[in-house]
Design a protein around this ligand. Structure first.
Ligand SMILES: [Ca+2]
Ligand SMILES: [Ca+2]
Ligand SMILES: [Ca+2]
Length: 334
């Protein structure tokens, strides 16, 4: 009987060896369970970024990350970093007391590479998309800094400067006093405008000119000057005076067109405004007496005579009305 038992054991052992039943089982490939993290509203980040925000109002989708045992049941902010070269990734929470920061291989909290309450630096990682998540048990405002080991290679080609062929913009055209009329007889009016090339090639303003009623050929107008005395910047207030001594109401309004040119010889578009000429409030066009001394003297005599006549007329009236006035016989006539 003992011999039979021994033979049974030998045969059983031989069968186990030949069928492989006693061989070591192969290590199963770990299966990453699906997560709940939602990356739809993720912010695309870059190496070197400092990003400010707030997790308030965001969704709480992920709560349990594979690299710790915390329950992060507050809302989370996801950042996507496209690492285009082999590098370590460092993340630092600059602001956000209760926030934790995670680095994930995929948009899945079960692919956690590293985490920390304040900052972490990963091992050297292969170029790929990585997911950085700020999560906590509460919502909070935050500021984080993302850094990578190596500077991203910069393009070596020297950018070709585009020639500036756009003329400067002209705006805020008006009279100095921002009114839109003058009285007939006024000798001149000051005008002003803003000439700006900062959005049109950013070249220095070289000059400006104006036209009356019809814009003429560029460069053939009346020159205006820089309000600060020198054309030396990409935008300038310009000013000047228009001779209006011959302007009359019948021909008004007069249309004023102003534009500027930059140092690349590009004239800009015009801005325009109107000046209306109203009859002089004195009823006398001031331009006539001022320009003609004989007429000026004549008008002074007429006006003086008129005033003297009015004075006597008033005095006579008062003499008739008041005995007191009669006692001042000088002013009263019989
Ligand atoms: Ca969460
Ligand atoms: Ca320009
Ligand atoms: Ca200037």
């Amino acid at each position: 009987m003992r011999i039979l038992n021994f033979m049974f054991l030998v045969i059983s052992y031989w069968m186990m060896c030949t069928t492989g039943m006693a061989a070591e089982a192969p290590t199963p490939t770990p299966v990453i369970p699906p997560g709940y993290l939602n990356c739809t509203g993720a912010i695309y980040a870059h190496c070197g970024d400092i990003i400010t925000g707030d997790t308030g109002g965001l969704e709480n989708n992920a709560e349990n990350y594979s690299c710790n045992a915390l329950t992060e049941n507050g809302p989370e902010q996801v950042f996507i970093l496209n690492l285009t070269y082999q590098s370590r990734i460092s993340c630092t929470i600059l602001d956000g007391t209760f926030l934790n920061i995670y680095l994930l291989k995929a948009c899945n909290e079960n692919t956690c590479i590293i985490w920390n309450t304040d900052s972490f630096t990963s091992e050297v990682l292969e170029p790929a998309l990585y997911y950085i998540v700020l999560d906590s048990w509460i919502s909070e405002s935050y500021q984080i800094q993302i850094e990578c080991d190596y500077d991203e290679p910069q393009p070596t080609a020297t950018p070709v400067k585009t020639p500036d062929i756009q003329g400067p913009m002209a705006s805020a055209c008006s009279m100095d006093n921002h009114e839109n009329y003058i009285e007939e007889g006024r000798q001149s009016v000051g005008i002003t405008a803003w000439i700006d090339d900062t959005l049109n090639g950013n070249s220095i303003i070289a000059s400006a000119e104006y036209f009356i009623d019809v814009p003429g050929a560029c460069g053939s107008g009346e020159l205006l000057h820089a309000a600060d005395g020198v054309f030396d910047s990409q935008s300038e207030w310009i000013s000047g005076a228009i001779n209006t001594s011959t302007w009359v109401p019948e021909n008004s309004p007069y249309h004023i067109y102003i534009h500027g040119i930059d140092v690349n010889n590009s004239w800009g578009d015009f801005c325009a405004f109107d000046i209306e000429v109203k009859p002089s409030s004195t009823g006398i066009p001031l331009s006539v007496p001022v320009n003609n001394p004989v007429l000026k003297l004549f008008l002074i005599i007429i006006m003086t005579g008129f005033l003297i006549f009015q004075s006597f007329h008033i005095a006579q009236y008062n003499c008739k009305q008041s005995k007191i006035f009669k006692n001042f016989g000088i002013l009263c006539f019989k």
